[in-house]
Design a protein around this ligand. Structure first.
Ligand code: SF4
Ligand code: SF4
Length: 501
């Protein structure tokens, strides 16, 4: 059986009365779905190629198109879902590992949706953010254990290097290669305008973007692509990627077809060679080894840059985080199992790891219990979808959050989850020059700034409602959260009370 014999997942409905045969859909679809029927004035569609990216629907000038999920179905079976059957057919056909993009779409509990925020009523009155100052500024890095003074009583600056953010949100790691140059430019410019940071991911830093270094986190992953002294010194912080939420425990693979031109130069590998990051760092097998790398990177940057260690949220995450806090890292980034990616084996993406909410709560609690919470800041990532998720993450103990998918959506992504195919119709997850041009950096950058500005307003409103005027007072303030529809164990791990209590 060939994959093409599978009934298409989507149906394209074209309203013939509205269609003016302008052929915009044909020109805009990189998957060759639409075509003029030769010798006629009518269009046709090959639905087997449709990934439901919504490009044609969005750009059709007469709203003649609609994409719907097919209602063709296999015989009802609660155990063997249609998706499971289709995947078996695909693997029987190809013999290959199933690949997917973006985050885990399976129906696991979303704990952010099972937590409710507090609001002040009579005592401890709420604050109107339009009239009162509200502080959303965040500092990331190790906090000094005590205040020190010299013999004249003057304060000694014993601060470790830190990052200053105007709000508790950063753009998460997305490599140049997995996303386009234009997408990286949007993120870099938006980070600068907003006073936050974006992250190079593991693909190195294009020379044009060095100018945004003060708002860049440069990543060092197991493949060490594009890592050299200038790169390390160009960023405001360095992130060691030990793991990522979308594919915990495995490495990365960017196919040779995407390693072209500037990408090959920036990654410092030959054109058309596969960029394979090994699953482990081959020099890290213990916390002591990690410590060596943390201090090598600090040494290489004259102890001027904070070092972030990024891990995937997995079992025993709090013990792992405790070790990282003792390794000399300044910041721990924890990536939950809903985190997005350009390409991951489907089984790993959908079945490995744990939700960020549980991981974050247990890490924050463990570091507090061990008296080392001030040694590190915590960044939480893995499907932060709104300002409410940001506020809940901070109340659970995060200093700030990483957003990836939300930033891509702001730039035009329609979550078709086909990034691994490299033909993103929105110019984001592609290196095809004609497709890359579709993302206008000026527009993409402005949309990111707008999104973050809107979130900042909403964060202030929610804080004001709780009677809190500084994000620092919200951090780890779990009294501001109540659980709904959670069992006793979940409430215990989140360390929050149930709604009504
Ligand atoms: S873009 Fe719309 S109007 Fe133009 S050919 Fe396609 S369906 Fe018809
Ligand atoms: S980045 Fe592009 S290919 Fe990836 S999910 Fe979004 S629209 Fe689809």
């Amino acid at each position: 059986m060939s994959v093409n014999m599978l009934y298409p997942e989507y149906e394209i409905i074209r309203n013939e009365d509205r269609c003016i045969t302008c052929r915009v859909c044909e020109r805009q679809c990189a998957n060759d779905v639409h075509q003029l029927i030769s010798g006629t004035n009518r269009m046709t569609s090959d639905e087997s190629k449709c990934v439901n990216c919504q490009r044609c629907v969005s750009l059709c000038p007469t709203r003649a198109l609609k994409i719907v999920k097919t209602n063709n179905t296999y015989k009802e079976n609660a155990n063997w879902r249609a998706q499971t059957i289709r995947e078996i057919y695909r693997q029987a056909d190809s013999g290959g590992v199933l690949l997917s993009s973006m985050g885990n779409p399976e129906n696991y509990p979303v704990y952010f949706d099972r937590m409710l925020l507090n609001a002040s009523q009579v005592t401890n009155p709420s604050i109107d953010p339009l009239r009162e100052p509200m502080e959303t500024k965040v500092f990331l890095g190790a906090k000094p254990q005590s205040i020190e003074r010299d013999h004249n009583g003057r304060l000694i600056n014993n601060l470790s290097p830190f990052l200053t953010l105007s709000m508790p949100v950063m753009f998460s790691a997305m490599s140049y290669g997995s996303i386009s140059y234009n997408a990286h430019e949007c993120l870099a410019r938006a980070a600068e305008t907003l006073g936050i940071y974006y992250n190079t991911g593991e693909g190195g830093l294009h020379e044009d973007l060095y100018q945004y270094g003060k708002h860049t986190v440069v990543q060092v992953a197991s493949g060490r692509f594009g890592v050299h002294p200038d790169y390390l010194n160009a960023g405001a912080a360095i992130e060691i990627k030990m793991g990522q939420g979308a594919k915990p425990g495995i490495g990365g693979h960017l196919p040779g077809s995407k390693i072209v031109g500037d990408i090959s130069r920036t990654r410092m590998i030959p054109e058309h060679s596969d960029a394979i990051s090994p699953a482990p760092h081959h020099d890290i097998y213990s916390i002591e080894d990690l410590r060596q790398l943390v201090y090598s990177l600090k040494e290489a940057t004259q102890y001027q840059k904070p070092v972030i260690v990024k891990i995937a949220a997995v079992h025993n995450v709090s013990a792992i985080a405790s070790g990282i806090a003792r390794s000399g890292a300044d910041i721990i980034a924890i990536d939950g199992f809903r985190g997005g990616t350009g390409a991951a084996p489907t089984r790993i993406r959908d079945h490995v790891g744990i939700p960020i909410e549980l991981a974050l709560a247990s890490v924050d609690q463990r570091l507090r219990d061990e008296g080392i919470r001030d040694r590190v800041s915590i960044i939480a990532g893995g499907s932060i979808r709104s300002s409410a998720d940001v506020v809940k993450a901070v109340a659970l103990g995060a200093d700030c959050v990483y957003i990836g998918t939300a930033a891509l959506l702001a730039m035009g992504c329609h979550l078709c989850r086909s990034c691994h195919a490299g033909r993103c119709n929105w110019g984001i997850a592609t290196q095809v020059p004609d497709l890359v041009k579709r993302l206008n950096p000026e527009i993409g950058y402005k949309r990111l700034v707008s999104l973050m500005s809107a979130w900042q307003h909403e964060i202030k409103e929610m804080m004001g409602g709780m009677g809190i005027n500084s994000i620092e007072s919200l951090k780890g303030n779990r009294l501001m959260l109540r659980g709904i529809d959670l069992n006793q164990k979940e409430l215990e791990i989140l360390n929050i009370k149930h709604a009504g209590e």
